[in-house]
Design a binder for this molecule. Structure first.
Ligand code: SF4
Length: 364
């Protein structure tokens, strides 16, 4: 098995992303087969345990309190509600449950204690438990680890350069700090991003540099396509093409060979053929259930039918161990590469022509 490479530059990753498609697919599929069973795809379930009312301003998110979206907000679910949903997910073939709470950061107190109890409860069901609760201290990460948490999700979302255009209420380095805190426990790291937010290709490469140069690399990297939601600043953004998703998945697989690459939000906009190419290119997880936090997702039955057509099997849990690891280094070869199109939050004007230029450049 090849050694994991932790030094990458944006130019190197861009060169991979832009390869002729057949070469890119062949290389990604070859690496995928060296490290994973190509006929197994993990089915995960994402539960929104506390929905909406978030103080952050992530430009893509309908759960931010400041945007006027029509999502139904909910207080923290009870442990028994979560257990019932996790059992249902397990019966439908899920081996991982990810619980998401719309918080800026975790606060010690009764709500966190309730989440810890949820983690203990799902852990007893012999499923991988993941949480995404916002920023986390080292002590909170250790408490989650003691409760049996398997993974903590904290997405970088995009490149360091573009991050401040998408979110202004926290910084890219805050994300890395939380990932570092998770690494001080024995919880595995899940961190990825979203494409289709007006970023340039170099931002996609920049995000992959930030992830691939972590040592160890994240055990799990979700690749999301923006689901544009009415009421958010990105409501009018054009969906990314399937070719962009395939290229992003393939490039992620090549630079992070051992990672579980998760084909996440945006699957309702993808054909089965498109998803099959993503699996060929190295995606080995999907989220099941008719909702992904608050946005639509294919129904479990449809996914199981797709698995049947493709001869895929749901992957069992705990394929990788969760040993304590430390973040060693982050490459800082990020340099500005040309101009980025401008878009702004509500009340300002998004320069559509600039956006259009970017998305047509990004295609293929
Ligand atoms: S993505 Fe998370 S942190 Fe950002 S607004 Fe939505 S719920 Fe809050």
């Amino acid at each position: 098995m090849s050694e994991i490479r932790h030094k990458w530059s944006r130019q190197e990753i861009l060169a991979i992303y832009n390869k002729p498609l057949m070469e890119l697919l062949y290389e990604a599929a070859t690496i995928h087969r060296l490290h994973h069973d190509p006929n197994k795809v993990q089915v995960s379930t994402l539960l929104s345990i506390k929905t909406g009312g978030c103080p952050e301003d992530c430009g893509y998110c309908p759960q931010a309190a400041r945007y006027h979206t029509d999502i139904e907000t909910n207080d923290l679910m009870t442990v028994s509600q979560v257990k019932a949903q996790a059992l249902r997910a397990k019966q439908s073939g899920s081996s991982r449950v990810c619980m998401g709470a719309a918080w800026r950061n975790v606060k010690d107190g009764p709500e966190f204690d309730q989440v810890l109890e949820m983690v203990r409860t799902i852990n007893k069901l012999d499923m991988e438990v993941c949480c995404t609760l916002g920023m986390l201290t080292e002590n909170q990460a250790k408490r989650l680890a003691e409760a049996g948490l398997y993974a903590y999700n904290h997405n970088l979302d995009t490149s360091e350069d573009y991050y401040k255009d998408v979110i202004s209420t926290r910084a890219f380095n805050d994300r890395l700090e939380t990932i570092g805190n998770v690494r001080k426990s024995n919880v595995t790291v899940c961190s990825g991003g979203i494409i289709g937010m007006g970023e340039r290709l170099v931002d996609r490469a920049g995000m992959l540099v930030a992830l691939a140069t972590l040592a160890p690399q994240p055990e799990s990297v979700p690749i999301n396509a923006l689901v544009a939601v009415e009421g958010t600043p990105m409501a009018d953004f054009e969906p990314v093409s399937i070719w962009e998703m395939i290229r992003m998945v393939a490039t992620t697989r090549i630079v992070m060979p051992e990672t579980q690459v998760r084909l996440s939000a945006g699957r309702t906009q993808m054909s089965r053929e498109g998803q099959a190419m993503c699996f060929f290119a190295g995606a080995n997880s999907i989220f099941s259930g008719d909702k992904l936090l608050t946005t639509p997702n294919p129904d479990v039955g449809e996914d199981m039918q797709m698995f049947k057509f493709l001869g895929l099997q749901p992957q069992e849990p705990f394929l990788k161990g969760s040993q304590p690891k430390t973040v060693e280094a982050k490459d800082s070869q990020l340099k500005p590469l040309g101009e980025r199109p401008k878009w702004t939050r509500p009340g300002h004007t998004i320069q559509r022509n600039e956006m259009a230029k970017t998305s047509s450049k990004a295609k293929g």
